[in-house]
Design a protein around this ligand. Structure first.
Ligand SMILES: [Zn+2]
Length: 208
């Protein structure tokens, strides 16, 4: 069965819901994760939140946050191995505890059609989550992984990247790849409180 992502065109209201906390004894959990894994295998995505596939639970699947491979993908220079690279990480009930630094990137989303948004995200996040064995983890996610994971975690609260973008452009996937070659992932700051940096950055922009 071919799984399709729910888009803002099909059912925006569905995507706007706040996903429910996962019960670690949920008998459907394995099945839900298989759906996510299957979709990510078949599609050129970096990660997925379960709600995008009709599973409104706090579940995130990370497929590929390796910036080197992603940059090569934008130039259509990947080897077969790199194309199939899948880091296959599942985060259950993830919560961001702390946010540091500031980055920006032209994000896209399987649910937002060809709408690409310029979004600011923390460089580094401290996240608490459970794995499939029910073990609790506290882990730091840095660099591009922080961008991807922050984007997915917003989905769990019904927030889309186009909501928080400072600029939105509509562009088909092949054009986006070209565009990102000249507008790559950008690190503004690796340290400092994200909220402060975000505020200062907006003020500076206004002054210009
Ligand atoms: Zn998304």
């Amino acid at each position: 069965m071919k799984i399709k992502a729910i888009t803002i065109k099909d059912n925006e209201k569905y995507l706007r819901q706040v996903s429910a906390k996962v019960n670690l004894n949920d008998k459907n959990l394995k099945n839900n994760i298989n759906v996510l894994a299957e979709f990510c295998k078949e599609n050129e995505v970096m990660a997925m939140a379960a709600v995008q596939l009709g599973i409104p639970k706090r579940l995130v699947y990370l497929k590929n946050t390796n910036l080197d491979i992603i940059n090569k993908m934008q130039k259509n220079e990947t080897t077969e191995n790199e194309e199939n690279y899948n880091e296959a990480r599942v985060l259950i009930n993830p919560v961001i505890i702390e946010r540091y630094g500031l980055t920006d990137y032209w994000e896209a989303c399987a649910s937002c059609l060809d709408f690409m948004g310029h979004v600011k995200r923390p460089y580094k996040i401290l996240v608490e989550y459970f794995d499939m064995d029910g073990e609790k983890h506290r882990e730091i996610f840095e660099r591009f992984e922080s961008t991807v994971l922050s984007h997915e975690m917003d989905h769990l609260d019904g927030i889309l990247h186009i909501d928080i973008a400072d600029e939105v452009l509509e562009m088909p996937q092949e054009e986006r790849k070209l565009f990102r070659q000249s507008h790559p992932y950008n690190i503004v700051s690796k340290t400092g409180e994200y909220q402060d940096l975000l505020q200062n950055n907006s003020i500076k922009k206004l002054k210009k």
